[in-house]
Design a protein around this ligand. Structure first.
Ligand SMILES: NC(=O)c1ccc[n+]([C@@H]2O[C@H](COP(=O)([O-])OP(=O)(O)OC[C@H]3O[C@@H](n4cnc5c(N)ncnc54)[C@H](OP(=O)(O)O)[C@@H]3O)[C@@H](O)[C@H]2O)c1
Length: 192
């Protein structure tokens, strides 16, 4: 490799590292007391509508959210609430080069690629909207700065967990506790 190419590559790497450092990623999830965000068949019927309202407000305030391809496919089936109506930029993560996305959605190939797109759009804060597989991918890559969890008064023995099984661990610092109707909202900072 010639010296100019090496310099260009290391400049790019530095730019990516600066971008990742200046980007704040807030993970939001609504779950049962035991950490389930959807049934095994992907339904979220046990969650009250307030959770969607909280998500919609956070997404529009932040202006940009990121979701996994599976979550995108599931939410698309909902009759009353869906991602389409939200006034925010929507980034869907899939390993596929050509995911089938409706107009107005941006596709990304990895968590870092999603943040790169958000940064190019001028965002420094983004909301990570799940599901459990993508949440874990972001956690594993050390990309989550804050976690907001709405705890629904419900237990469910089986289902999709807020974090799919992966190897990562982080200490959290409790920043806020709020009661929203019957829901307890916890806000944490991820210590890195
Ligand atoms: N209650 C809540 O707060 C909440 C929030 C969000 C979602 N949900 C629910 O969670 C369920 C879906 O969760 P899930 O865990 O099955 O799926 P998911 O995380 O929404 O999506 C998984 C897909 O995202 C892509 N992906 C994940 N990690 C990736 C990586 N590192 N690089 C590239 N692409 C990656 C892959 O897409 P490809 O297969 O296309 O490559 C993967 O199959 C749905 O039922 C949804 O309704 C609930």
């Amino acid at each position: 490799m010639d010296l100019i190419l090496v310099n260009l590559l290391s400049d790019n790497l530095i730019n990516v590292q600066i971008m990742l450092k200046s980007m704040k990623v807030i993970l939001y999830a609504a779950q049962t007391v035991n950490g389930i965000i959807a049934r095994e068949n992907y339904d979220e019927d046990f969650l009250s509508h307030k959770n969607w309202e909280v998500f919609a407000e956070l997404a529009e305030d932040t202006g940009c959210f990121i979701a996994g391809r599976k979550t995108y496919e599931e939410v698309k089936k909902w009759k009353d609430d869906n991602f389409d109506s939200l006034k925010a930029r929507k980034i869907i993560v899939s390993r596929s080069k050509t995911p089938k996305l409706a107009a107005g959605y941006i596709s990304a190939r990895s968590p870092k690629d999603a943040l790169h797109h958000a940064s190019e759009l001028g965002f420094t804060n983004v909301l990570l909207a799940g599901g459990g597989t993508l949440n874990s991918a972001f956690m594993k890559a050390g990309l989550v700065d804050e976690i907001i969890i709405n705890i629904e008064p419900y237990v469910l023995g089986k289902g999709i967990r807020i974090f799919s099984e992966e190897t990562f661990e982080n200490k959290l610092r409790l920043m806020n506790v709020k009661k929203v109707n019957g829901i307890i909202q916890l806000q944490y900072k991820v210590e890195k």
